[in-house]
Design a protein around this ligand. Sequence first.
Ligand code: COS
Length: 378
Amino acid sequence: MDFNFTDGQLMLQKVAREFAEKEVEPISAEIDKTGRFPRETFEKMVEIGFTGIGTPVEYGGSAGNDIDKVIVVSEIAKQCAATAAILSIHSIFAQVINKFGTKEQKEKYLTQVTSGGSLAAFALTEPNAGSDAGAAKTTAILDGDEYVLNGTKCFISNGGQAQYLLIFALTDPSKGLKGLSCILVEKGTPGFTIGKIEDKMGINGSETVELIFDNCRVPKENLIGKEGKGFMIAMTALDGARIGVGAQALGISEAALEKSVKYMKERVQFGKPLTALQGLTWYISDMATKIEAAKWLVYYAAHLKATGQKHTKEAAMAKLNASETARHVTNLALQIHGGYGYMKDYPLERMYRDAKITEIYEGTSEIHKLVISRAVLR
Ligand code: COS
């Protein structure tokens, strides 16, 4: 058992930290305020190779594994959770194509999303199929050499900006979730339009939209994996995506602690720094302990995935624990900062809002409790 990062991982962490401080932090407040998608930051993440982590070099990737992804996503989340979400959600596409795509699909799409600058999205959720993902009603009916898609997906992050989207749709509606398949749709395909752009509480820079399919025809070669295997593909993808959300929550928490420590050392009240007030120092102990526990659960889940081991339960535990930690820690950090924390001049109130989504997207905390209890009681 080894809890140490390799030299390569320490180097990657340094590079990611510097990148986040130099390229991500300066616009984090602006994209939160305006909801603007930071295309230029995405392009810089492509350039530096962050979008290629986990994909073999032959497909334009930068190699690396799931632990490397956690390192990068958490460092970016320290400065801007929305940017970390964009990267994490984008990387689900390559993860799915790497695992379930044919050689032709890998050659055609992977280089595009790893080093080619194309953004990707993953669309499972529908207005009446959120936690109950298997209740999806969008259809993709084979007609000659094409699938014809009809239906609406909602709450899709990156969806309005993405060139390539993985759409989960029923190729055989009579079979329920066993009739669900994974279909790749490209931006600009006739019959595919972007609907409502959501006005959110947090992670505002990561645009979240509705996708509308109205007799949208795509070649049958766009089927990823086999017909009827879509639910399994979605669940496998979400096992990985949940580690990504854990990494986002971890980064937010670590940044909230760092800011609180700095503030407590500098801020003087009652003639002494806040570090002399025992009640507040106990907040710091609580935050640091919870973050350490969250960190190792996230890295353990990433290690299991990176080494090809089953990780459904551990990914759910990592996400559940890290997201609850992020909400708790940002709340205490805001409390430590008092009135200043509540003001938009400081990033604490944004971090508090951003932390909340980690308990909701890629599966709610309640869904994770279901996944964990099923695994433990089996
Ligand atoms: N990996 C691979 N396969 C999985 C899996 C996983 N993690 N989880 C479930 N499956 C498979 C099961 O093995 C089962 O297949 P078989 O019938 O061949 O055995 C099938 O999928 C159905 O599984 P299950 O019976 O557990 O489905 P449920 O309808 O009970 O749903 C939950 C399971 C609730 C866990 C699932 O719907 C879920 O994760 N919901 C949350 C969705 C979500 O996270 N959405 C976020 C937004 S994504 S845009």
